[in-house]
Design a protein around this ligand. Structure first.
Ligand code: NAD
Length: 293
């Protein structure tokens, strides 16, 4: 069994990005600028956005954090988004999800100019991805593809089973793994909360991508020998022995499943760190495409 070290690979990617930024600076060009919009005080969102901003600094990007109160109206938030759409200094921006209940997430994502949508959630970018056109690929699935590539894991002709069909992970990774592309070309089955006899599918997976958010849901009895396990799940589980009061758990019962797997991502340190690295990569791409944003 080999551990897929997302922390190591994400650091490699950040180093590669930093080199590109250094050469932009050496030729007197503007460095990429990522903005993040954070609405409200959600603890996990604060942590995620904080590490996105810190990672920008690490690679030499400019970054702007826009914090807005949870009471903001939908129309005022759209006004803020418009400002970012029209700000020529910003190459790309994200709106951290989830948003407060009174705000329609779909409307907000639709308001982001596709050319600046470095999360790749806008229907224009999602559609391009589905058609295998060049575009911003949502960071988490993009990170999974990059891990498979960098570990030279064969995907062509394999059976990939994806647990979960969310718009940010399950659905896009199922499209990518099935597309005619590097780290693609596999036969994909998507299972979800309404799937009957889920184990029937997971047991036949050569590659299992789990993105459902239930800690230790995937047990050794649910997978076959030599399966490749990509565990996307991150759930905070209460733990008073830990100074933070919680620990992070993946969707996979790591201790039992690791003995069956040929490759496995740990939680933390697997898919998680890749998400930020790929967001930076999308921002660099956005900068290189920027002419008249
Ligand atoms: P979500 O919460 O939007 O959806 C969960 C999906 O799981 C749904 O499609 C649902 O049908 C499916 N599901 C729920 N219960 C199920 C069951 N019993 N059997 C089979 N399927 C079931 O999902 P999400 O936003 O993709 O998040 C999933 C997990 O991934 C969460 O733990 C989240 O924190 C984590 N996540 C991690 C990263 C990262 O950077 N590593 C990024 C995004 C999400």
């Amino acid at each position: 069994m080999k551990i897929i070290d997302g922390k190591k690979i994400s650091n490699q990617i950040k180093d590669e990005i930093k080199k590109e930024v250094d050469s932009l600076i050496a030729s007197n060009q503007k460095v990429p600028h990522l903005a993040a919009v954070l609405v409200g005080e959600d603890g996990a969102s604060l942590t995620y956005v904080g590490s996105k901003v810190r990672s920008c600094k690490q690679v030499g990007f400019d970054s702007t954090l826009i914090r807005l109160p949870s009471t903001i109206t939908e129309s005022s938030l759209i006004e803020e988004i418009d400002k970012l759409n029209n700000n020529k200094l910003i190459d790309g921006f994200i709106v951290q999800l989830p948003l407060p209940k009174h705000i329609d997430e779909e409307k907000i994502l639709m308001a982001i100019k596709p050319e600046k949508d470095v999360d790749g959630f806008h229907p224009t970018n999602f559609g391009k991805m589905a058609l295998n056109m060049d575009t911003f690929i949502p960071a988490t699935p993009f990170g999974i593809i990059e891990l498979l590539k960098r570990y030279n894991i064969e995907t062509s002709g394999k059976h990939t089973v994806v647990i979960g069909r969310s718009h940010i992970v399950g659905r896009p990774i199922s499209i990518l793994m099935n597309s005619k592309r590097e780290a693609g070309d596999s036969t994909v089955t998507v299972v979800h909360s309404r799937t009957k006899n889920l184990e029937f599918y997971t047991k036949s997976a050569d590659i299992l991508v789990s993105a459902l958010g239930i800690p230790e849901f995937v047990k050794a009895s649910m997978v076959k020998n030599d399966v490749v396990i990509i565990d996307v799940g991150i759930t905070r589980v209460e733990d008073s022995s830990n100074e933070k009061g919680y620990i992070l758990k993946g969707d996979v019962d790591f201790e039992s499943v690791k003995n069956r797997a040929s490759y496995i991502t740990p939680v933390p340190g697997g898919v998680g760190p890749m998400t930020i690295a790929m967001l930076l990569k999308n921002t660099l791409l956005s900068k290189s495409l920027s002419k008249d944003k």
